[in-house]
Design a protein around this ligand. Structure first.
Ligand code: UD1
Length: 361
């Protein structure tokens, strides 16, 4: 069996790591195509080296642009690559513009598409990721769902016959890296001004709905800067670019700004932190897996299982809470509630290879 994985953005590289590893022990041919949606070393190269992923077989170098331009460039560049490879499966990941482009290119060429992380929904039709995941699920031939909740969403949209519950490949990589970090015993590389022996919070903020409106961005940064503990803000290039454009100063109050961290560095930073504040999907789940309380700066989450037992709390607007309750939420201690295994047991990638092999016959 020949499988082409198409990736392009940071969270896809994290999911690719356990998949590439699972294919490495088989007779199958696994080809990696990188669209180049993320091109900064911090968002791409360090994930290949840090997670031991083989270098991409093909790199398309599409770069940034408006949604249409970025998706269109990737689509046009993928057509000849997939035509030449003619794989048994095109494997697409998550919900980025690269996911949608690869899906469109493949289905138009009558190549079978499998969607990893199928069935997630925020039901917020203004999110670019929501367009990408809904359109991808409806075009794909095989829907690899990470959770029971995702399976229910797919069934509700008439897609049950194409859906398989495989678990979440991010558990595979997160738990393996956690063990390596704990065994290595090295402290996290935090922004200057954060003392890792004192309580601190980790923050990431990059979603378009939080960064692109100047007033919203300024209000969120104000709320973070006013927290009573040091805050390590690991700034995505989108955040840095929009903050500069809108004249929002990031390095102030409790905020200490640093660059995005490689995967193991992020796991170490979260393990050392008192809690996490984010708008990332993946980090909400990593906080849950690593046992740190998370506060999510969004009105919805695609990972509602993390909300159980107050391990994750949705705060769409910190100012609505008032300064003191917001600080109390953001710095709340880890709750006593046990965490279940809603995302599987860390063997999802092998299950993906097994399902692709079975369904490919
Ligand atoms: C993308 C995904 C998002 C995912 C995120 C993870 C879409 C629609 N969004 O968002 O779902 O959670 O990746 O990081 O696909 N930039 C750089 N260097 C880079 C990449 C981007 O400077 O290597 C800057 C550019 O100014 C660019 C902006 O970041 O315009 C946004 O990048 P883009 O790939 O469009 O979306 P992300 O915000 O990264």
């Amino acid at each position: 069996m020949k499988v082409v994985s198409v990736v392009g953005a940071r969270p896809q590289l994290v999911k690719l790591a356990p998949i590439a590893d699972a294919f490495a022990g088989t007779e199958h041919q696994h080809v990696i195509v990188h669209t180049g949606q993320h091109y900064d070393a911090d968002l791409s190269d360090v994930f290949f080296t840090g997670l031991g992923i083989p270098q991409p077989d093909v790199h398309l170098g599409i770069g940034s642009g408006s949604h249409g331009v970025q998706t269109g460039h990737a689509l046009a560049a993928l057509d000849p690559v997939l035509a030449a490879e003619r794989p048994d499966w095109v494997l697409v990941y998550g919900d980025t513009n690269s996911t949608l482009a690869a899906t469109l290119s493949a289905v138009k060429q009558h190549l079978r598409v499998a969607h990893l992380e199928a069935g997630l929904r925020s039901f917020n039709r203004r999110m670019p990721e929501e367009h990408n995941r809904v359109l991808t699920d409806h075009a794909a031939d095989l829907l690899l769902a990470p959770t029971e909740e995702a399976m229910r969403h797919l069934a509700g949209e008439g897609l049950a016959a194409r859906s398989v519950l495989v678990g979440d490949v991010m558990v595979d990589v997160c738990l393996a890296v956690r063990d390596a970090v704990l065994a290595g015993g090295k402290p996290a590389a935090l922004p200057e001004g954060i003392d890792p022996t004192e309580p601190y919070l980790v923050v990431t903020l990059h979603r378009a709905e939080n960064t692109d409106d100047p007033e919203r961005l300024a209000a969120l940064v104000d709320a973070l800067a006013g927290l009573p503990v040091p805050v390590a803000l690991l700034a995505h290039p989108r955040l840095t670019a929009r903050a500069e454009e809108h004249g929002v100063k990031l390095d102030r109050g409790s905020l200490r700004v640093g660059r995005p961290l490689p995967y193991a560095g992020m796991v170490a930073a979260v393990l050392g932190a008192a809690g996490l504040i984010t708008d990332s999907g993946g980090l909400q789940k990593e906080a849950y897996l690593l046992g740190r309380p998370c506060t999510t700066l969004r009105p919805q989450t695609e990972w509602p299982e993390t909300l159980d037992g107050d391990w994750n709390r949705l705060v769409p607007d910190p100012h609505e809470l008032g300064a003191a309750p917001w600080a109390a939420v953001a710095t709340r201690p880890a709750p006593p509630a046990p965490r279940g295994e809603p995302y599987g047991d860390g063997r999802a990638a092998r299950e993906v290879v097994r399902v692709l092999t079975e369904a490919g016959r």
